[in-house]
Design a protein around this ligand. Sequence first.
Ligand SMILES: NC(=O)c1ccc[n+]([C@@H]2O[C@H](COP(=O)([O-])OP(=O)(O)OC[C@H]3O[C@@H](n4cnc5c(N)ncnc54)[C@H](O)[C@@H]3O)[C@@H](O)[C@H]2O)c1
Length: 338
Amino acid sequence: MKKRIGLAQVGIGYWGKNLLRNFAALDGVDLIMACDQREGVLSAVADQFPYAQTTSIYRDLLDSTDVDAIVIATETPQHAPLAKMALEAGKHVFVEKPMAQTTDDARELVRLSEEKNLRLMVGHLLLYHPAFRYVEDLAKSGELGDVYYLYSQRVNLGIVRDKENAFESLAPHDLSVALQLIDAKPVAVSASGQAYLRPGVQDVVFATVYFEGGKMANLHTSWLDPHKIRKVTVVGSRKMAVIDDVAASEKVRLYDKGVDVSKADYADYVEAMTLRSGDIHIPKINMTEPLRMECEHFIDCIRTGDTPRSDGRNGLAVVEMMEAAGVSLANGGAQVPV
Ligand SMILES: NC(=O)c1ccc[n+]([C@@H]2O[C@H](COP(=O)([O-])OP(=O)(O)OC[C@H]3O[C@@H](n4cnc5c(N)ncnc54)[C@H](O)[C@@H]3O)[C@@H](O)[C@H]2O)c1
């Protein structure tokens, strides 16, 4: 029989509602407590989940012996302090992205979770998205060849945040994907952007992550844009893939395109380049709600003791790139080592 997991969540705002709904629906999960600072939110939760306790005091979650795991979906600056308190109280932690705002805080969370043998998982949702999993499998199996570079666009006329800029809010997703698809270590980041709506909070950021061996990931993030685009283009030596998450179906297109280079005459160093423009393949992908898969994975890892796909170390790697991007933003787009 599956061990039942007692779960509590702090932060039931726009995104937290989705997490709560998914976790509460999982087999073998008991929703023990929900915490938010807003009274109206708590009464709505009490209506929807009458069996769960509601509180505005985070300490109640830490002190409850029925709570095995805490889900943190507050605004970003709260992530690290609340996650640290939860780990210190002996709870497994699911924390929304980004895991922390500084690498020091992220490292401390990793250290604590490993020392206490607790699961620490970050909400890098795309790592649970069937379309991204499909392309990741292609990259890892060698089907794309050597992945040279990728670029992503995550833009919209969307939620304008004040406690984090557009890059901090949107880029963790694409950074976590870049780490999976590019088989090399990130070495530097350059980022430039502008704050048009609020002083000091960039609404649009263009960033490039440089990896060992000359590989690159370029990210365009913005909440001030007429288009709604969530697209990643991956260019490999054999094939190229495009993941379009806004498309209702046909989320992945695989292009048999590339340039084959062969040394025709070694003596003269004459290189022959042949353009290859073959078929475009649209694979059938069985779409399951990525958020449901993410929530299930966290609970499974608690039960089995397995390391989550988006564990604390994965969260730390993303925060390292974000911190470097922040320094670069403040220094006119200079390349900053990761
Ligand atoms: N994975 C994704 O695709 C995705 C999408 C959207 C947002 N997010 C992340 O989810 C997090 C929350 O975003 P949101 O849009 O839901 O924000 P939000 O402002 O709508 O909700 C945050 C909630 O947390 C509550 N809160 C804050 N501090 C608290 C505290 N100390 N104790 C109790 N309650 C507290 C607030 O009252 C609010 O209801 C952010 O970190 C964001 O990056 C992730």
